[in-house]
Design a protein. Structure first.
Length: 366
């Protein structure tokens, strides 16, 4: 499976990359190590020493550079080797590692893994997570053993909440929800409207706490290739949106491999929400339970059932609720082809092999 390289992906939450410590993660099948310079600026490098291919995250930070634990080769923020402690100290021209553009925004560390110029202005807008936005936020992370497209379909088609999340996020009357699919540039919006239904427990907690019927909406936006923003809430039957009873759900998928994905999620509650700290903690725990104990096992099982087969070759039965997911898959297929063409025309990166390292003459008894 090919990934779209020329796009911004979330590598981790910003606070996971701590001062004077190395953080590593596999992203789009590439091993990456992160650290912070003395001034706090984040850096992302290929997590593999070009000498003996030892992961650099096993080493240590020395003066805004990483020293390999095995032989002491040291690589600076540009990926260049700046120290070879062996022999005459000469540094082979090929002794370097790939460096990745990274940016911090909305409390997340973003990475660009393609050859095109990375513009932080193109990072999706999740400003509701900023501290000055006034929203109460909670955040989490899960590792999913499935392809990111499967998890993306799960997010874009929320008709499953009636069944999989009944008693938490869903209620039985949501089955017949009116659905509207629309496209806005490269974005896809899947909006569902559910009037006069029994209130899902998680919304009763943040709204009136009286169990009376409500009108409910779930408006999910896909921002390619793998970012999502949910606007979901309730108000009184026949009423208007109030200053509480709703929230923004942030869902961001970063492929780790063809069959695994990093799933970062968050919720942003508007200032009008009247919740105690204990209720806020319960709200966060309920959402995590829905994702971890309900979504994750199902999506993992789905991936296991598909195995190495091509999704379309399995001839899936399509329902009306699949309009959004199908549109997303077709868009991704087109974007992958365009991205592959871009990468094919880029200047190739030279791969360093042990034979290229100048280690000096071999011992006489070698």
């Amino acid at each position: 499976m090919a990934f779209i390289k020329n796009a911004w992906y979330v590598a981790c939450w910003s606070n996971e990359v701590k001062p004077d410590a190395l953080f590593h993660r596999k992203l789009l099948n590439e091993a990456v190590v992160f650290f912070r310079k003395k001034d706090g600026t984040p850096v992302g490098l290929q997590d593999r020493c070009p000498h003996r291919f030892i992961p650099l995250h096993l080493g240590k930070i020395v003066d805004d550079a990483i020293e390999c634990v095995y032989h002491g080769l040291t690589f600076d923020c540009s990926g260049a080797c700046v120290k070879n402690p062996h022999g005459d100290g000469k540094i082979p021209a090929a002794a370097k590692v790939k460096t990745y553009p990274v940016a911090e925004k909305h409390g997340m560390l973003w990475i660009w893994m393609g050859s095109e110029t990375a513009d932080p202005a193109n990072i999706p807008d999740y400003s509701v997570l900023e501290s000055d936005a006034g929203f109460a936020t909670s955040r989490g992370y899960l590792h999913i053993d499935a392809n990111y497209e499967l998890m993306g379909e799960n997010l874009l088609d929320l008709s499953h909440i009636t069944y999989l999340h009944d008693g938490y996020l869903g209620s039985p009357e949501q089955v017949g929800a009116d659905q509207v699919l629309k496209e806005e540039g490269s974005k896809i919006h899947c909006n569902r409207w559910m009037p006069n239904i029994s209130v899902p427990p998680i919304f009763d907690m943040v709204y009136r706490r009286d169990g009376k019927p409500v009108d409910m909406w779930t408006n999910m936006t896909w921002i390619p290739p793998s970012c999502f923003l949910l606007d979901s809430g309730v108000h009184e039957v026949g009423g208007q949106r109030e200053d509480h009873g709703w929230y923004y759900g942030v869902h961001i998928l970063t492929p780790e491999s063809e069959k695994t994905v990093h799933y970062h999620f968050a919720a942003a509650m508007p200032p009008g929400t009247n919740m105690t700290p204990e209720e806020a903690a319960t709200f966060s725990a309920l959402r995590r339970h829905a994702f971890e104990a309900q979504d994750k096992p199902i999506i993992n099982a789905q991936q296991e059932a598909i195995g190495d087969n091509n999704f379309w070759d399995m001839k899936p039965v399509l329902l009306s609720v699949d309009a959004g997911p199908v549109r997303m898959r077709r868009s991704l297929e087109r974007m992958v082809k365009e991205d592959q063409a871009t990468e094919a025309s880029a200047v190739p990166v030279k791969v360093v092999r042990p034979a290229q390292v100048n280690a000096g003459p071999a011992p006489a008894n070698a």
